[in-house]
Design a protein around this ligand. Sequence first.
Ligand SMILES: Cc1cc2nc3c(=O)[nH]c(=O)nc-3n(C[C@H](O)[C@H](O)[C@H](O)COP(=O)(O)OP(=O)(O)OC[C@H]3O[C@@H](n4cnc5c(N)ncnc54)[C@H](O)[C@@H]3O)c2cc1C
Length: 309
Amino acid sequence: MGEDVRSVIIVGSGPAGYTAGLYSARALLSPLMFAGYMSGGQLMLTSDVENFPGYPKGIGGPEMMVDMREQAERFGLEVQDKNVERVDLSQRPFGVWVEGEEFRAESLIICTGAEAIWLGAEGEEEQKGRGISTCATCDGAFFRDEEIIVVGGGDSAMEEATFLTRFASKVTVIHRRDVFKASKVMYERAEGHPKIEIKPFRQVKRWLANEQGLTGAILEDPRDGSEEEISCAGAFIAIGHKPITSFLENQLETDSEGYIVHKTNTMTAIPGVFAAGDVVDKRYRQAITAAGMGCQAAIDAERWLEDQH
Ligand SMILES: Cc1cc2nc3c(=O)[nH]c(=O)nc-3n(C[C@H](O)[C@H](O)[C@H](O)COP(=O)(O)OP(=O)(O)OC[C@H]3O[C@@H](n4cnc5c(N)ncnc54)[C@H](O)[C@@H]3O)c2cc1C
């Protein structure tokens, strides 16, 4: 291993990346992290995190990510706020290209997360985090006794709608068609719930808001363009997520939805390439689960590196 070859390069700086950084730094592997286009990851987009253990009063998302970075840097994690453009996984050490510069690493930990797919309706950008969310587990509790809408027709939409009935006075599920991708059991559970109304043939044309946040939406029937107004304090978009893997240029096995697949523990089919967090996990999608998997990936990478020497 030449002097310019790093033991570990971590791609991505969300909870998975920083936890992988903390563990590999404490294992004296001198990890290098590329934090990417959104340093700190998805939690930089949220004001309150109330479900990460250790913060009894809750904490702001950006504040938590600054803490995570500081903690990992204290043990020697080197962070560069740059995006990885491409990688070469065909031989070891692996190649990593960043702003035209080439880096080499014995092992890689990929923690590039996933992006929620948004509707792109008028007024959406302004209301993100002010009533419009893509995570019911994260934000549902902010809407106690309020009316909520859920957009989508798959299992996630039905699951989120059913979960949100714990808080909301009413949940309206809107879907642009009358054919639902959700499994029969999930659909029926939602449809039979006294607090849930399912409205097919509706799409959001425009979000409505005042200074306090979201107040409702103008819905449109895609068949004839007719409109109706609905009031709601919260809206949850559940039309899917997209894992961020394009920089890998199909060099790693993914499932049918594009999520990276583990082969042995957190190692992918390519020995020395590990993955953690939302880029792997379409089920839990939480900061704590991403952090947990980042820890596992760092430990797996450390043991794998040890076996190589
Ligand atoms: C609005 C909102 C609120 C949320 N609230 C909560 C909550 O209250 N509690 C909770 O547990 N979870 C919450 N979540 C979910 C939580 O944020 C995610 O589960 C978690 O951030 C996933 O962590 P991750 O490390 O896998 O990836 P992310 O946090 O998605 O981080 C991905 C990282 O990869 C980097 N990256 C991407 N491409 C590249 C590249 N080519 N080169 C280098 N870096 C790259 C990005 O810059 C980013 O830093 C929320 C999510 C959102 C969107």
